[in-house]
Every structure is written in structure tokens, then in C-alpha cells.
Design a protein around this ligand. Structure first.
Ligand SMILES: C[S@@+](CC[C@H](N)C(=O)[O-])C[C@H]1O[C@@H](n2cnc3c(N)ncnc32)[C@H](O)[C@@H]1O
Ligand code: SF4
Length: 452
């Protein structure tokens, strides 16, 4: 069953495109106390060898809902909610903190959806609580993501005070029609201000996220805008070609992303790469295009390379306890409910799948795999290797799994063969697989053909 490409494409369409195993659809409800005891077990046992834990913080509010966005983010309904959200987050930070009192966490990451939405007092409260409850390695990277229209000089100053060393500026597009259509507000002045404040306060790294052929984009202004952004010299650039996935308001409102759009998106992506590389940005494995060596997102790389554990706060942060558990928090922001914790316990097969999937694109040493699991990879995954070789995706040479993968489609599709049969069966039933539908084409259309 798992060697049918149509099935693999169906799974890609129905699971998170971040390629993290196990998919969260398998989770069941558990208590916070259950999670606590799992962390306790890990810290007493596996942590001693592994020693990789980082903190992840989620902010689920946006000023407006962007039409292109595929995240489950919601427009903020009343501003006071931020205070009560932070109050609850603070309680959770405190609850888990005694487990970590003798441990230095590796990194901290403040991501989805718009952490710069807090006012300076709220930001100060959030960051100071984290520093009060948790300790970090001296060279920890604190990664914070901002929207140009919600960031101010005062907030940047606070970020610096609390160790932020890498900032992502979410730009996506600067084309006027596209900004209007997508409900985005940023101006060039705000973007330039953000760059200059970040540099004024000596925050080491700036990354920008941009979206080739976002709805209502136009080729000429897109190229002009990219050139202007390059002239601001961000240290890293991420290109995420628009995917008209079913979660976006774009698709929910029945807008059509035509074949012409798909062609333009591919063309734009390739043109952008050429332009970026002309200005001395070069591709770094496991991340994106960079200009200097420490510009990468350490947490994301650590997740891929070392399967680091993730202590996530809060709705709907995805956490991971190495070799034990994947869990996430669910929460209705506008009711007074406590968060709901959901988890997927991991058996050895799941953990091996997670390891292979996260190392899939770059390949890995079979010796390392053996050391980790005491299993001979070539014996255990005979059929999988055969399938990958037949499709010219990967092969085993000199005791190493090597791949020919150079685009996201192949990476996402073929890594799914390492899902367990049981989980594949569950996903096919849950999302009503129909073998008469061509999911390969559907999935291909959601990605740029050359997308790295
Ligand atoms: C969680 S989103 C946060 C976006 C951010 N809050 C902003 O205002 O731009 C992180 C990244 O996912 C990507 N993303 C979101 N929706 C997408 C879509 N429909 N297609 C491709 N990438 C998408 C964007 O590039 C974005 O930078
Ligand atoms: S793109 Fe960012 S700001 Fe817009 S809805 Fe998504 S998460 Fe919110």
C-alpha cells in the first residue's frame, strides 16, 4: 500500500507540509500531568545522552486574516485577550519549569503567528517570565518573528534586552494590489525602519520570508521589489511559493489558481533564485539562501539533524519529547477553558520513521542509524530501498543512504513511505481516500516544480 505514489500524494495533501512525523491527526487527549511525567522520564533517562531541548513559543493572534495564509490563525477579536492569554501562558511556563531547573535549554523560538502583536509591556512580561523560569546555553539563539507594521523601536529594544539574536521579517509581497487583496498593511517605510532598528540594537541576523506568486502578484513589480529587499541586505532569504491549499481563504472563497498562475509561480521562483544568487546568497542545506554562516535558524536545523526535543508553549504549539512523545496544545482562545493537551506516543518504528524522514533529503550514515536503533537499515527497509532506487530517488552506497532529491515535491512524497502501515491506513480512512482521483497531480499543483 505504501508504495503507491497516489496514496503517498494523498497523504501529503492531508498532513502538515512541514514533513514532521508523526502527523498530528493521530493524537489523543491527555492531561497536563501525563505530559509532565513524560518530560520527567525523558530528563532522567534519554536526555543524559541527547542533551537537546529548546523552547518554542506560539502566538495565535493576527491583526487581520490574510487571504493567502494556510495557517489556522484567527483575527484578534478584542485586544484585552492578549493579557489573559499571557497570563495563562505564564502559568504553563511556571508549571513545567521545576523539571528544567538544572538544565540549560539550547535555543528559544518565537514563531507563529504574529509575536510582534504584543505591546511593549506584554512583550516585556512574556520574555522576562521565560528568562525567570528557564535557563539557556550561553550561545543560545533566540529567534523572533515580526510583522513590519506591528514592530516598533521600543519593541526591538526589548527583544535585544532579552537575548533575541535572529529576527525574521515577514514581508511576503510589496506589490500594492497584492497587499490590498491579501489584507496586508505594510509599507516600505515600516520595512526600512525594522531593518534599521534591528541593526541599531545589534541583533545579529535578519531573515526575510517572501512568497513567489502570492495572489494578485505581478511579475514586474515583484522583481523590482525583490531587488529593493536585497539592497537592504538581509542575512537570509526564504522563498515560499504560494500554495493554494484548502485551508486558505483564497481557496475557501473559491478563487481559482489557474495553470497560468502555476506557470508564473514557477517562473518567478526561478527568476528569484537567479537574482538572489547573483547577489552572493548561496543555498544552505536544511535551511535557505544565506550570506553569512550563522544566519540560519538553529532550532529548525537542530530539529532536522538531531531530532531535538521541543518544549512548546502554547496554542497550538507542537512539542516533542525525544524517543517518547509528540504532543500539542489545543485551546479555544475566546472561552475561558484550560488548554487541552493531545499526544501521540511513539513506538520504536515511529521513532525510526521520524529519524529517517527528518534526515531524508540530506541522507545519513547507516552506521549512525545502527548506533541509534541497533537495527540494520538495509535489512529492515529492503522494500523501501528498492522502491526508492527504482524511482531514482535514493540509493545505498558505502554504508550511506544517499539521495538525488533536489525539490520539495520529491522530498515530501517519497519520505511518506516510512510512515507505518497502521498510520497510513488510519489517514486513508480518516480523509476518505478515493483511488480514482489523481492526487499526484493535485499535490504537484500545490508546489512550484523547482521548489527547493
Ligand atoms: C506561519 S506563517 C507566518 C506568516 C506571518 N505571520 C506573516 O504575516 O507573513 C510562516 C510561513 O508560512 C508560509 N505560508 C503561509 N501560508 C502559505 C501558503 N498558502 N503558501 C505557501 N507558504 C505559506 C509563509 O511564507 C510564512 O512566512
Ligand atoms: S500570514 Fe501571518 S498575519 Fe497573515 S493570517 Fe497568516 S499568520 Fe496571520
Amino acid at each position: 500500500m505504501k508504495f503507491d505514489k497516489n496514496i503517498l500524494a494523498f497523504i501529503c495533501l492531508h498532513t502538515s507540509w512541514w514533513n514532521i512525523y508523526p502527523p498530528q491527526d493521530l493524537a489523543i487527549i491527555k492531561t497536563k500531568e501525563d505530559i509532565y511525567s513524560k518530560w520527567k522520564y525523558y530528563l532522567k533517562n534519554d536526555y543524559k545522552e541527547h542533551k537537546r531541548v529548546w523552547l518554542y513559543m506560539h502566538t495565535p493572534f493576527c491583526e487581520a486574516k490574510c487571504i493567502f495564509c494556510s495557517c489556522g490563525s484567527k483575527k484578534i477579536l478584542w485586544w484585552n485577550i492578549l493579557n489573559s492569554y499571557l497570563e495563562k501562558v505564564s502559568k504553563e511556563l511556571e508549571y513545567f519549569s521545576d523539571l528544567f531547573k538544572n538544565i540549560k535549554l539550547n535555543h528559544a523560538y518565537f514563531w507563529w503567528w504574529t509575536p510582534s502583536i504584543y505591546n511593549p509591556q506584554q512583550l516585556e512580561l512574556l520574555l522576562s517570565s521565560i528568562r525567570e523560569y528557564y535557563d539557556f546555553e550561553k550561545n543560545a539563539q533566540f529567534d523572533f518573528e515580526i510583522s513590519p507594521h506591528t514592530i516598533t523601536e521600543e519593541k526591538i529594544k526589548i527583544l535585544k534586552k532579552y537575548w533575541v539574536s535572529r529576527i525574521t521579517i515577514w514581508i511576503q509581497t510589496m506589490t500594492k494590489d497584492s497587499l490590498e487583496f491579501n489584507n496586508r498593511f505594510q509599507t516600505w517605510t515600516e520595512i526600512k525602519n525594522a531593518f534599521s532598528w534591528i541593526r541599531k540594537y545589534n541583533i545579529e541576523n535578519i531573515n526575510v520570508d517572501l512568497m513567489p506568486w502570492i495572489p494578485w502578484e505581478n511579475l514586474k513589480s515583484f522583481l523590482v521589489n525583490l531587488k529593493k529587499i536585497i539592497e537592504l541586505w538581509p542575512d537570509m532569504i526564504h522563498l515560499y511559493p504560494f500554495r493554494p491549499s484548502k485551508e486558505t481563504l483564497f481557496s475557501k472563497n473559491w478563487y481559482n489558481y489557474t495553470n497560468k498562475d502555476i506557470k508564473n509561480r514557477d517562473l518567478m521562483y526561478e527568476l528569484w533564485i537567479k537574482l538572489i544568487e547573483k547577489y552572493w546568497y548561496y543555498w544552505v542545506e536544511n535551511d535557505s539562501w544565506w550570506k553569512k554562516d550563522n544566519a540560519r535558524n538553529e532550532q529548525e536545523v537542530d530539529k532536522i539533524v538531531n531530532n531535538c526535543s521541543i518544549l512548546g508553549f502554547w496554542y497550538p504549539a507542537r512539542s516533542y519529547i525525544h524517543k517518547n512523545l509528540m504532543y500539542f496544545t489545543w485551546y479555544d482562545m475566546y472561552k475561558k477553558d484550560e488548554p487541552i493537551y493531545m499526544w501521540i506516543e511513539m513506538k520504536k518504528d515511529d521513532y525510526m520513521a521520524r529519524y529517517i524522514i527528518s534526515h531524508f533529503r540530506s541522507g545519513f550514515s547507516l552506521d549512525d542509524f545502527y548506533k541509534e536503533f541497533k537495527i540494520n537499515f538495509t535489512d529492515y527497509y529492503l522494500k523501501e530501498i528498492d522502491f526508492l532506487e527504482k524511482n531514482n530517488i535514493a540509493y545505498v552506497k558505502n554504508w550511506f543512504l544517499k539521495t538525488n532529491i533536489n525539490n520539495v515535491f520529491d522530498k515530501l512524497l517519497f519520505s511518506k513511505i516510512f510512515y507505518t502501515e497502521e498510520n497510513i491506513k488510519f489517514l486513508l480512512e480518516k480523509f476518505n481516500y478515493n483511488k480514482n482521483i489523481n492526487y499526484i497531480k493535485k499535490f504537484k499543483d500545490t508546489l512550484s516544480a523547482s521548489y527547493k
